[in-house]
Design a protein around this ligand. Structure first.
Ligand code: DLL
Length: 437
């Protein structure tokens, strides 16, 4: 199923022509409408973009970073007067100022098209009743999905996050068929549903349109098994407008980019060098349609790879692989690079342990140590020392072979690790704190 079939299945040759034409127009637009880009483009010798002859000429355009957004907070990157802006969103900004995104009416329209594509590709139809369990507010996730789903004609319940009891009541009473949430919250809900004691047949839930944080295939399988639903993944970020940048098709072999609106590249995060198809590196994105706040070559910090191989689903747009994580979430422990998703893929699916975990990094005597706290499903095992020890050893050995790193495995009582209603925060890095005894 497609939302905009002609565009989503457009022959690549035409798509590349469209991208080139839109890239030139975007560079000219940025040059003439924002002092920030004009200065950058002049400095790099690109000027107003009239010298751009082919898509690969994008390499001459300087990167834009999160610091640029911060340094020009809140509206320095805006390309139109405020009276053309109809909406403002912002990232939560746990460190420093939030990142701001602004939208003209046209931006909102294109945004909801992009989200509608992702939702339809994930199985949503006009017959679905979809509960949006993202936090409503400045976060792009809730209102982004909300308008995209309405565009399809689905019935939207703006439940927001939290109040799990009420969420479950609505699932049952309203006959909800689709859930929009983070994978972490879907997992949390699945436990709550189990505890509430109603059989899954009391729920009509069949789809999970999940996104906003990494979800390993193992985590996805677990959510599908717990809730008896089909899960698709979708990707986006505040700086690029929010969700709808890329999303799973039924093949689930990578998320299709909305390449008519976003031009993706992969670079080596260390050197800034452009990488080829299939190579893993940092995703860089240029917006091709944004009016309120266009972005040239945004360094997303997300580690992924791109493929342009034809997809059996018929979509011709590039696919990005599931992200390994963000460069700023990557732990470097004893010189070894570790992404939480690597650990997650080993933990999930191991008998006796649940999908909740916490990573604690410490520094003792100038040496880094990693402790992985994993929750047992059943407290009984804590009494059966031999089995417990065997489980601990097997996890230790598997993690060592996957990560190339020794980690201390601590098995903890069921339901003792924190649950998350939004994006999960599983890393506790204590290395910059005074040493423990
Ligand atoms: O999370 C936008 C969004 C909302 C996407 C709802 C999908 C669904 P931010 O809060 O600005 O925006 O966070 C963006 O979240 O750079 C990634 O690191 C991460 N992220 C988002 N979607 C995915 C995903 C929204 N599907 C940051 N898989 C991004 C992995 C994701 N990481």
């Amino acid at each position: 199923m497609f939302f905009q079939k002609d565009i989503e299945t457009m022959p690549r040759k035409e798509l590349l022509e469209l991208q080139l034409q839109k890239l030139k127009a975007t560079v000219a637009y940025c040059y003439h409408h924002t002092a920030f880009y004009r200065e950058r483009l002049d400095k790099a010798g690109v000027g107003d973009g009239s010298k751009i002859k082919q898509l690969s000429d994008i390499q001459y355009i300087p990167y834009t970073t999160k610091d640029d957004f911060r340094d020009h907070y809140p509206f320095g990157l805006m390309a139109v007067p405020m009276n053309q802006i109809v909406r403002i969103h912002a990232s939560s900004g746990t460190t420093g100022k939030p990142t701001v995104g602004v939208y003209t009416r046209e931006d909102l329209d294109i945004w909801s098209d992009c989200v509608a594509r992702v939702a339809v590709a994930g199985g949503v139809t006009a017959d679905d009743i979809v509960q949006v369990s993202f936090g409503y507010g400045l976060f792009t996730g809730a209102l982004g999905l909300h308008y995209g789903l309405e565009k399809i004609g689905a019935t939207v319940i703006p439940a927001s996050s939290g109040n799990t009891e009420k969420q479950m009541m609505m699932f049952r009473d309203f006959g909800v068929t689709g859930l929009v949430a983070t994978p972490s919250y879907a997992l949390y809900l699945s436990e709550a549903v189990k505890e509430a004691g109603y059989p899954l047949s009391d729920y009509k839930l069949r789809l999970g349109i999940l996104g906003s944080e990494p979800c390993t295939p193992q985590m996805r399988d677990q959510i599908e098994a717990n809730l008896h639903i089909y899960v698709s993944d979708n990707y986006g970020m505040t700086e690029l407008g929010g969700p709808g940048v890329a999303g799973d098709c039924p093949e689930r072999q990578g998320m299709h980019f909305a390449e008519d609106h976003f031009l993706p590249e992969i670079i080596d995060p260390e050197t800034g060098e452009r990488l080829g198809e299939g190579e893993q590196g940092e995703l860089v994105v240029t917006t091709l349609s944004k009016v309120g706040m266009p972005v040239l070559r945004y360094r997303t910090k997300d580690i992924t790879s791109l493929t342009y191989e034809p997809c059996p689903c018929g979509r011709t747009h590039a696919r990005m692989s599931k992200t390994a994580g963000r460069t700023d979430d990557m732990l470097i422990i004893k010189g070894v690079n570790v992404f939480p998703t690597q650990i997650e893929s080993v933990l999930i699916g191991t008998p006796h342990i649940g999908p909740h975990y916490r990573l604690i990094v410490r520094r003792k005597n100038y040496r880094d140590t990693l402790e992985i706290q994993v929750e047992l499903v059943n407290a009984d095992l804590l009494e059966r020392y031999r089995e417990l020890e065997a489980l601990q050893h097997s996890l230790h050995d598997r993690l060592k072979s996957v990560l190339g790193l020794e980690a201390k495995i601590t098995l903890v009582q069921p339901k003792t690790l924190e649950r998350f209603q939004g994006k999960a925060k599983r890393i506790l890095d204590l290395r910059n704190q005074p040493e423990e005894g």
